[in-house]
Design a protein around this ligand. Structure first.
Ligand code: FAS
Ligand code: PHB
Length: 389
C-alpha cells in the first residue's frame, strides 16, 4: 500500500492532521493501535485555546463545538479562602472554550468518516524504516498479517508512549524532563458544575481544580501523592477532600454524585528535540508533555498540527518545502513558551512536600501579584488563552 502522508496515532493530533490534509486533497492513512471506542473512552483535556478553536473551524469540525461548547472569559485562582478572578477579557481581550477533548476527537472521527478517510485500527508492531531515504515506509501487523505502507512522509502522532519519537536516533535526540512529586486524581460526575468558571485552588492540603464539560457533567481533580492508587479513593473520600480544598463559601454549593470515571494521571514536563528526522515529523504528545495545570497539552498538539499541515500543503501544492524545513524550530518555539507557563502555574498552585515556609510565601506573594497587578494578569491571561501561532 502507498500514501502521501502516513500518520501513526488516531488521537486528536493524528485525526486533525489527517482531516486538514484530506480537505486539501492530500492522501493520508491513519494507523491506530486501539479501537475507536477505546480512543473515544479516554477522558482528557477540557479547555481549548482560541487558536485551537479557530483551527477546528478551519478544518470544518467546529459546528458542535459552537453549539455545545462554552466560552469562558475568565477563571479563578484561590488561596487562603480568597477567590482571585483572572479576567481574560479585561486583561487581553481573549477567551477559551470549554469543550472536552473526547468531543473534539468524536467530531474529527465523524468528519473523517464523512469523507471516507483511511483509518486502520488494531495495528501492532508498528515500525518506521528508511526515514532518511527517498523510500520511507512503515511496517505493521494487523490480525497477525504483516503489512507495509510506503509514503512520502510520516507524522508521528502516537503520544508519549508511541514508537515514533524513538525512531529518531538517540544520539540526535535532546530530551528535557521534569517529573513532579504528585499526580492528579480526576473524577467525572453527572452533576452541575461547582461554579460557572474554572477554579484552580492552592491549599495547604494540596491543589484542586473544579472544571466541567457541560451544565450536567463536572470534571474535578485533586493533587494526590504518586503512591496513591485509584482504589484508595472512594467517591465519599474524594468529595470530602475536594471540598476541604475549596473556599468554604464556594464548597458549600458543591453538588456531589457518583463518579462515572475516576483516574490518576502523573504530572511531567517533557520535550524531545528535534521534532523532525528526515521524512518523520513528530506532533503533540509524541514530542512533548505538559502538566495539565495550564491546559496546554491538547492545545500544543493543535499548534503542531497547524505548522505541519501548513508546511505539507506548501510542499505538495507549491513545491515549497520551507515550512517543512523550519517545522521543528517553529513548533518548539511555541512548545517551550507553553512549557514555561505550565511549569509556572504548576509550581504556583501545588503543595510541594519539600517546600520551605519561604517557598510557600513566594506562592502567596505571586498570587497576590496576580490579584492586583495588571501586568501580571495580562501575562497570565495571554498564556492561558493561547499565545499566537
Ligand atoms: P494522544 O496520546 O491523545 O494520542 C496518541 C494516539 O496514538 C493514541 O490513540 C494511541 O492509542 C496511539 N498510539 C500510541 N502508540 C501507537 C502505536 N505504536 N501505533 C499506533 N498507534 C499508537 N491535556 C490538557 O490540555 N488538559 C488536561 O486536562 C489533560 N489531561 C490529561 C490526562 C491524561 C491521563 C493524559 C494521558 C493526558 C492529558 N492531557 C491533558 C494531555 C492530552 O490531552 C494530550 O495533550 C492529547 O491527548 C495529545 O493528543 P495526541 O498528541 O493525539 O496524543
Ligand atoms: C479539564 O477540564 O479536564 C481541565 C481543565 C483545565 C485544566 C486541566 C484540566 O487546566
Amino acid at each position: 500500500m502507498r500514501t502521501q502522508v502516513a500518520i501513526i496515532g488516531g488521537g486528536p493530533s493524528g485525526l486533525l492532521l489527517s482531516h486538514l490534509l484530506n480537505r486539501a486533497g492530500i492522501e493520508t492513512v491513519v494507523l491506530e493501535r486501539q479501537s475507536r471506542d477505546y480512543v473515544l473512552s479516554r477522558i482528557r483535556a477540557g479547555v481549548l485555546e482560541r487558536g485551537t478553536v479557530d483551527l477546528l473551524h478551519r478544518a470544518g469540525v467546529g459546528a458542535r463545538m459552537t453549539r455545545e461548547g462554552h466560552t469562558h472569559s475568565g477563571c479563578y485562582l484561590t488561596h487562603d479562602q480568597q477567590m482571585i478572578r483572572m479576567d481574560f477579557a479585561a486583561a487581553c481581550g481573549a477567551a477559551v472554550t470549554v469543550y472536552g477533548q473526547t468531543e473534539v476527537t468524536r467530531d474529527l472521527y465523524d468528519a473523517q468518516d464523512a469523507i471516507g478517510a483511511q483509518h486502520i485500527h488494531g495495528v501492532e508492531a508498528v515500525a518506521l524504516h528508511d526515514l532518511d531515504s527517498a523510500r520511507p515506509h512503515i511496517t505493521y501487523t494487523l490480525d497477525g498479517q504483516s503489512h507495509r505502507l510506503d509514503c512520502d512522509f510520516i507524522a508521528g502522532c502516537d503520544g508519549f508512549h508511541g514508537v515514533s519519537r524513538k525512531a529518531i536516533p538517540a544520539n540526535l535526540r535532546r530530551e528535557y524532563e521534569k517529573v513532579y512529586p504528585f499526580g492528579w486524581l480526576g473524577v467525572l460526575s453527572e452533576t452541575p458544575p461547582l461554579h460557572e468558571e474554572l477554579i484552580y485552588a492552592n491549599h495547604p492540603r494540596g491543589f484542586a481544580l473544579a472544571s466541567m464539560r457541560n451544565p450536567m457533567l463536572s470534571r474535578y481533580y485533586i493533587q494526590v501523592p504518586l503512591s496513591d492508587k485509584v482504589q484508595d479513593w472512594s467517591d465519599a473520600a474524594f468529595w470530602e477532600e475536594f471540598s476541604a480544598r475549596m473556599p468554604e463559601d464556594v464548597a458549600a454549593g458543591l453538588i456531589t454524585g457518583p463518579s462515572i470515571e475516576k483516574s490518576i494521571a502523573p504530572l511531567r514536563s517533557f520535550v524531545s528535540e528535534p521534532m523532525r528526522y528526515g521524512a518523520l515529523f513528530l506532533c503533540g504528545d509524541a514530542a512533548h508533555i505538559v502538566p495539565p495545570t495550564g491546559a496546554k497539552g491538547l492545545n500544543l498538539a493543535a499548534s503542531d498540527v497547524h505548522y505541519l499541515s501548513t508546511g505539507l500543503l506548501a510542499h505538495y501544492n507549491e513545491k515549497d518545502s520551507a515550512g517543512l524545513d523550519d517545522y521543528s524550530q517553529k513548533a518548539l518555539a511555541r512548545v517551550w513558551q507553553a512549557m514555561r507557563f505550565s511549569w509556572q502555574v504548576t509550581t504556583l498552585m501545588h503543595h510541594f512536600p519539600e517546600h520551605s515556609d519561604y517557598d510557600r510565601q513566594m506562592q502567596r506573594v505571586e498570587l497576590m501579584q496576580l490579584a492586583t497587578n495588571p501586568a501580571a494578569q495580562r501575562m497570565f491571561a495571554e498564556n492561558y488563552t493561547g499565545l499566537p501561532y
